[in-house]
Ligand binder design. Sequence first.
Ligand code: SAH
Length: 226
Amino acid sequence: MAESLNLRAGIGMTSARTRGRMVERLREQGIKDEIVLAAMGAVPRHLFVDQALESRAYEDTALPIGFGQTISNPYTVARMAELARHGEASQGHELGRVLEIGLGCGYQAAVLGRLAREVVSLERIAALVGKTRQRLRELRVNNVKPKHGDGMAGAKDFAPFDAIVIAAAFAEVPHGLLAQLGDGGRLVMPLGNATQTLCVFERQGDQFTERRLEGVKFVPLLPGVA
Ligand code: SAH
């Protein structure tokens, strides 16, 4: 990275105060879980995007992260985190191991890392894995494990997961992923192609319930690695 993240850490538009305003907006938008709100308030989103985009990091907008990919808007990141923690329960669950599919710039993984003991995050683009691994190291996010691989297959070696969060859209739940959920676990993903709906699948024993929530817009989940 050209500029040390430490130097970029606390300036002007990107200070904790700006992040505090973002958290207030998330509250108004309907995010209720204080633990999720605290995580959103703690992770320096501006350090996950290019410096040229830094002043827009706390707007409620998706931003490009290179390689034709985007980081989701803060509301969507918070919403998915809340769903990963709650499922059908009103009180959130503490999360042990979480699987993220679509590491991207690592922002969502860092947020999830504040809600879970450990996050394994798969990314199909090798160059993005390298860049993001270095960023997470500099920011001392130690409980997120970036892995290069095709998320469609999940991460059997690390299963079962308390939650699986897929940050890219697909027409159906990738085969085999539901089996990697632990009992009571939840899988959150955007389902669909052109029109996408945020969905939560929750496991109770060998039964799965499915809930379809609001419309969303994600980049597609693609097969294979690059
Ligand atoms: N959570 C990310 C958002 C990334 S956008 C963040 O906070 O930045 C979605 C990401 O999913 C992209 O980086 C894309 O390369 C990745 N992706 C798409 N298909 C994938 C697959 N089959 N396996 C792993 N990653 C995939």
